[in-house]
Design a protein around this ligand. Structure first.
Ligand SMILES: [Zn+2]
Ligand SMILES: [Zn+2]
Length: 267
């Protein structure tokens, strides 16, 4: 669906319209590959109570702002990268129904939709976009291969550079650690370890490098090496909005009853 929309005229027109509604205070939103997936007014639980906010779901961002004039003017733009987002449904709170929690490392808040169907739609669209976004990041992540070590020339080592005992002779031949490039003796290079950027077969390495490689491969197999791609999202405290955003966008209270069902998904 996103693929179909990505280069469509309708998509660029909608994104331009959203930019226009935020005016000069908003960020540029058009970007290659970006798709506006849907938009609608949701009730956001803010520090000073529930407020209507216009939400825009892009395939990589969640953008929202205060409603100054419905479909014409929005203020107080907030932009949340979807790769940081996790969501879950929340129970009703008084008059507020069909809610879910939007969690990010920087800020978490609850929003409520006008109908159960809208909640289902919003949540499933958000979840799919987050998943696609994480998949894409994972695919595009450049493999940060460290360059292969430069081999120390044979002539510059007359004894093993690891044990400093073995003297090299016609019988005690020199070997090279494929990781650090040091000249080492047979005993100091009995280990083999996989260095995928160099070979599909395990390669000769010295004892310290073997230990290094073993520790690293252990870590990465447990997913603790890098945060971001699939690391756990650490949510901040949920609950009423504690940021200062409400002080910056007062005056947008359009009154009347809300939430009203206004959601459009462009699928
Ligand atoms: Zn040695
Ligand atoms: Zn080594």
């Amino acid at each position: 669906m996103v693929d179909r929309l990505v280069n469509s005229e309708g998509n660029s027109r909608r994104i331009t319209a959203v930019e226009g509604c935020f005016g000069a205070a908003g960020q540029p939103l058009a970007a290659p590959g970006r798709v506006l997936v849907g938009e609608g007014t949701l009730t956001k639980q803010c520090r000073k109570g529930p407020k209507p906010r216009q939400f825009f779901l892009f395939n990589d961002l969640l953008v929202y702002g205060a409603v100054v004039l419905s479909r014409r003017r929005y203020a107080g733009q907030r932009i949340i990268p979807l790769e940081q987002v996790s969501i879950r449904a929340v129970p009703d709170e008084g008059d507020l129904h069909n809610g879910w929690l939007i969690q990010t490392p920087a800020k978490s808040f609850k929003v409520f939709a006008a109908t159960a169907l809208e909640r289902t739609e919003w949540m499933s669209h958000i979840e799919r976009c987050v998943r696609d976004q994480l998949d894409r990041k994972r695919r595009d992540k450049p493999t940060v291969d460290e360059p292969a070590a430069v081999w120390v020339p044979d002539a510059s080592a007359s004894t093993c550079m690891r044990c400093h005992r073995t003297r090299f002779t016609a019988l005690n031949r020199r070997h090279h650690c494929r990781k650090c490039g040091f000249v080492v003796c047979a005993a100091c290079s009995e280990h083999r370890h996989l260095i995928p950027q160099q070979s599909s077969r395990p390669l000769r390495v010295c004892p310290p490098c073997y230990e290094d490689l073993s520790v690293n491969s252990h870590n990465s197999s447990h997913g603790t090496s890098r945060r971001g791609s699939n690391g756990p999202v650490v949510p901040c405290a949920a609950g009423p909005d504690s940021s200062d955003e409400d002080s910056s966008d007062s005056g947008e209270d359009i009154g009347g009853s809300f939430p009203v069902s206004t959601t459009d998904f462009y699928s």
